[in-house]
Design a protein around this ligand. Structure first.
Ligand code: NAD
Length: 375
């Protein structure tokens, strides 16, 4: 069977869904691989490097029409996959809640689609978890972006001309991105504090050498829903959290927000009044800006200055580290395919009752089949 690797068409998407390393591994399984010319350019992978790894480098039409399985980072429109084989499978980040019509388009085109970001958070699927691999890099990059905008140093420095005090960094939302943001800010020498609604993160924050800022003794404090994700909090909790954050935030130089709730808009964590309480020159990075934003006034794709505070709202942060993000994403995809590989058929066999397959499959046989997308 042929696996096709598509060139990304979305704005400012620099990642690619395969690397020479994963191409070799896929060929090792017995597949042939066709890569669309220019697919790796944004991640500094040349067509020649893909050819040397054993792939056929060709145009989009040939990749689409000749492949049983298509790899992409972001899901292209179904019309961009015209000419695909009947029943071909597309594995990509499909963002069904952001663009349901595109998913209906896949169903109509008879494509089987697998949403990599729906990978269940179970031990067996850890090496296939694209949300983790990409969020980790986004968390790192958020601190680097903040440091670049911040007109001061991060570490404390004792010099002959006097002492520079360490930057105070506050991380809100301590999932995969937040943990990496804490670790990165610590490595740069900042004084780091962090908060989350999930009580389990307290220990994780402290184990990284940061201070945990937590609402205590309030109803509805558990905050942990299924799969380790956060739940929407009670009004009482939200009020207590706002008061705690208000007093803390006024003393911070850098704030990184990463809070998400699956299938819902991102929770609003920082108000305009709280921004006004910060020192001029402070920097906020809103990693949730594309999901509605944690920060009042944050604009997706822009840096804005509000009350003298820079609010950074980069879109698609993992793509800003395209080489590493592609390497990890490509390995996630390979690990996924490898786990379902049928050695005799030399093709993946996605058993319909498998927990992972049920978790990621959005469309099949002309219909939308995922329970979270039932109308
Ligand atoms: P996420 O991206 O969904 O959310 C980011 C963080 O924001 C979470 O920690 C969440 O609790 C927090 N948050 C939500 N609302 C908030 C609010 N109002 N105030 C403050 N914080 C808020 O999270 P994630 O990075 O996907 O990680 C979620 C959990 O899943 C973590 O515990 C992670 O370790 C776990 N995980 C498990 C596996 C696995 O077992 N295979 C894989 C990846 C992640």
């Amino acid at each position: 069977m042929q696996i096709g690797v598509l060139r990304e068409t979305a704005d400012a998407e620099r990642r690619v869904a395969a690397t020479p390393e994963t191409v070799k591994k896929l060929i090792g399984l017995g597949a042939s691989v066709a890569v669309e010319s220019g697919a790796g350019a944004g991640a500094n992978i040349s067509d020649a490097a893909f050819s040397e790894a054993g792939a056929t480098v060709t145009d989009r039409k040939a990749v689409v029409s000749g492949s049983e399985l298509l790899f992409a980072v972001q899901g292209p429109d179904a019309k961009d996959l015209k000419g695909a084989k009947a029943g071909a499978t597309l594995a990509a980040i499909l963002a069904p809640f952001a663009d349901r019509a595109r998913i209906d388009g896949y169903a109509k085109a008879g494509l089987t689609t697998l949403a990599m970001e729906f990978m269940p958070r179970i031990t067996r699927a850890q090496s296939m978890d694209v949300l983790s691999s990409q969020s980790n890099l986004a968390g790192y990059k958020s601190v680097i972006d903040a440091a670049e905008s911040y007109g001061r140093a991060f570490p404390m420095m004792m010099t002959a001309a006097g002492t520079i005090s360490a930057a105070r960094v506050f991380v809100m939302g301590v999932g995969v991105a937040g943990l990496q943001a804490i670790a990165t800010a610590r490595r740069l020498g900042a004084l780091v504090s962090a908060t989350d609604v999930r009580a389990a993160t307290k220990e994780q924050i402290e184990s990284l050498g940061a201070k945990a800022i937590f609402v205590e003794n309030v109803k509805g404090i558990e905050g942990e829903g299924t799969g380790g994700y956060a739940t929407e909090m009670s009004d009482e909790y939200k009020a207590a959290q706002a008061a705690l954050v208000s007093s803390h935030i006024a003393r911070q130089d850098i704030v990184i927000t990463t809070a998400l709730i699956p299938g819902r808009p991102a929770p609003r964590l920082i108000t305009d009044a709280q921004i006004a309480s910060m020192k001029p020159g402070s920097v906020i990075v809103d990693l949730a800006v594309e999901s509605g934003g944690n920060v009042e006034g944050a604009v997706a794709g822009q840096s804005v200055i509000v009350h003298g505070v820079t609010i950074i709202g980069h879109k698609n942060v993992p793509s800003r580290l395209a080489a590493d993000a592609s390497a990890l994403y490509a390995r996630n995809l390979f690990n996924f395919i490898n786990a379902f590989w049928d050695k005799d058929a030399k093709a993946p066999a996605f058993a319909a009752d498998d927990e992972i397959v049920k978790g990621v499959k959005l469309t099949e046989g002309g219909a939308v089949v995922h329970e979270r997308l039932a109308n």
